[in-house]
Ligand binder design. Structure first.
Ligand code: RIB
Ligand code: CA
Length: 299
């Protein structure tokens, strides 16, 4: 097997983030250097706690960092309707939550500067506040970043937070614009694709029948998530692309992110062969769900 891909996962757990993290931890193709949390689905402190809960569930020791508690300019707007008040939609056993030894932004900067000779991957599952802030503080981090793979945006489909904007880009449009204008190689997984992965009851029942602690937790979280949002497995898609890109089709485009007015957070594509952004366009849903189930049951 090829050398595992070194990756930092930036996240606002959130139930679909939780499944994405478990998929990453279950996949030997990835070497998760660290988890950087950011405010988004729920407040930062809750995201940081949830990352520790998930790490304990997966029996991993990955370092976890606490990051930006609000978007660059906009106030944080949390709605608990989809991920529940605590962000994971179920009750959890107690977990030790040590103080963050570093800010998420500082960890991203430190790791990127240390990886200039072997550039790493950033896997962004929430608002892009941490990465945008790191780029503002230390533009040279670009030399240590091989690619930014992210869940976000809606290119030809409607938004899920405004009629035109997807949640991660709507929450922090200025950060999204900063990242897309940075010139970093971006692979994006927009709602156009992730909405295809709505959880079906039969798949969820198959997860429950596996009867492991991880599968039981995934069943409980996704059951709550389905009732709140229909259950698109938004964040796991981009992790699955890192592991099994053959499950997806892609097209190149340039993307402009709107930052003001009633179109703030909208991601506007210009489809072109030499576009700077590789956007996922379609997914083999059965293959994706089979990969997810096989990997999760291995934890
Ligand atoms: O629009 C879906 C995205 O917003 C996902 O990352 C989900 O976790 C929420 O953060
Ligand atoms: Ca997320």
């Amino acid at each position: 097997m090829a050398k595992p891909l070194s990756v930092i996962i930036d996240t606002d757990p959130g139930i679909d983030d939780a499944v994405a993290l478990l998929l990453a931890w279950a996949s030997p193709e990835l070497n998760v250097l660290g988890i950087t949390t950011v405010a988004g689905n729920v407040e930062l402190e809750q995201c940081y706690l949830n990352a520790h809960r998930l790490r304990q569930l997966a029996s991993r020791m990955t370092p976890i960092y606490s990051g930006c508690s609000a978007p660059i300019l906009k106030p944080l707007q949390v709605t608990h309707s989809i991920h529940g008040r605590d962000g994971l939609g179920m009750s959890w056993p107690r977990v030790d939550v040590p103080k963050s030894t570093q800010h998420s932004v500082d960890f991203i900067i430190e790791q990127a500067l240390n990886h200039k000779n072997s550039p790493m991957t950033l896997c962004m599952l929430g608002p892009l506040t941490n990465l945008a802030t790191a780029l503002i503080l230390c533009p040279e981090i670009k030399e240590g970043i091989k690619q930014v793979v992210l869940m976000g945006g809606a290119l030809e489909s409607s938004g899920n937070t405004s009629p035109v904007a997807e949640f991660n880009f709507y929450t922090d449009p200025h950060a999204a614009a900063k990242v897309f204008d940075s010139g970093l190689p971006i692979v994006m997984s927009p709602l156009d694709v992730t909405r295809q992965t709505e959880v079906v009851a039969s798949w969820l029942d198959a997860i429950r029948s596996l009867d492991t602690p991880v599968c039981k937790a995934v069943y409980e979280m996704l059951s709550a998530y389905r009732s709140g949002s229909g259950g698109g497995l938004h964040d796991p898609c981009i992790v699955a692309w890192l592991i099994a890109p053959e499950l997806f089709t892609e097209k190149r485009c340039d993307v402009r992110v709107e930052v003001c007015g009633d179109r703030e957070g909208q991601s506007v594509p210009e489809w072109k062969e030499d576009g700077k952004v590789l956007s996922l366009t379609d997914v083999n849903v059965d293959g994706f769900l089979a990969l997810l189930k096989n990997r999760i049951q291995s934890l």
